[in-house]
Ligand binder design. Structure first.
Ligand SMILES: Nc1ncnc2c1ncn2[C@@H]1O[C@H](COP(=O)(O)OP(=O)(O)OP(=O)(O)O)[C@@H](O)[C@H]1O
Length: 209
């Protein structure tokens, strides 16, 4: 469950700032956030993820209001409950795939479970890659690893920033299906922000900024 209320944000020394529409998702619901370049999509994503603090308004994940948490509590809460999928690779290049997975779990304070991680790597067709270094992965494998790193700690909310804009139609569909599949397996809310209108049919709920 995620709920945001009356969020506004202004970057220091930058114009009027943003006033965002409220978001309300029950367990298992997903949202597409569409909008032109520069309209504030990534800013909204960072506010929902707790990476930026709104000037006014609140974000609730389950019953926790992010704005009531102290800095260390917030870091812990984000690490355990939020999964972020980035457009660019964020894996540590000096580590192999499995070491990246274990590092992600360590920072989320979640124990490594061999069977669960093997199942996840299987779902993402990465089981043959676990000992590979990041620079040995194909573009598609890197993208799927990005999803694995976002969901391996079983977050309540999966947030994806432009996950498909540089992909052809086939890979766009495949990435979307994997994200939705992982959201379902984890009973998580999935929020995708994009200017890529091809993915509209995948979502029942969408807002335009
Ligand atoms: N750290 C920052 N400091 C100051 N201004 C910023 C910062 N980050 C973003 N902005 C500005 O805020 C506005 C919204 O940026 P944001 O990245 O949220 O838009 P977006 O809709 O995600 O754009 P795009 O689709 O191009 O990624 C832009 O004008 C951008 O220049």
């Amino acid at each position: 469950m995620i709920h945001s209320q009356s969020i506004t944000y202004r970057y220091p020394k930058k114009g009027d700032g943003f006033s965002f529409p409220d978001i309300s998702l029950k367990n298992g619901e997903h949202l597409l956030v569409l909008g032109a370049s520069g309209i504030g999509k990534t800013t909204l994503l960072h506010l929902i993820a707790g990476l930026l603090t709104p000037n006014t308004g609140s974000v609730f994940i389950e019953k926790t209001c992010l704005q009531t948490l102290k800095s260390k509590e917030l870091d812990r809460f984000i690490g355990q409950n939020i999964g972020l999928v980035f457009q660019q690779n964020r894996a540590v290049t000096s580590l192999n795939v499995m070491e990246n997975i274990k590092t992600r779990l360590f920072f989320s304070n979640v124990d490594y479970n061999h069977d669960e991680v093997s199942a996840l790597l299987g779902q993402l067709n990465l089981e043959d890659c676990k000992d590979k270094k990041i620079n040995e992965l194909s573009v598609g494998q890197l993208q799927r690893l990005g999803i694995a790193l976002a969901v391996v700690h079983r977050p309540k909310v999966i947030l994806a920033d432009e996950p498909t804009s540089s992909l052809d139609d086939k890979n766009c569909h495949s990435v979307l299906n994997l994200l939705l599949q992982q959201a379902e397996i984890n009973n998580a809310n999935l929020i995708v922000i994009t200017h890529d209108h091809r993915i509209k049919p995948f979502f029942q709920k969408s807002i335009m900024l």
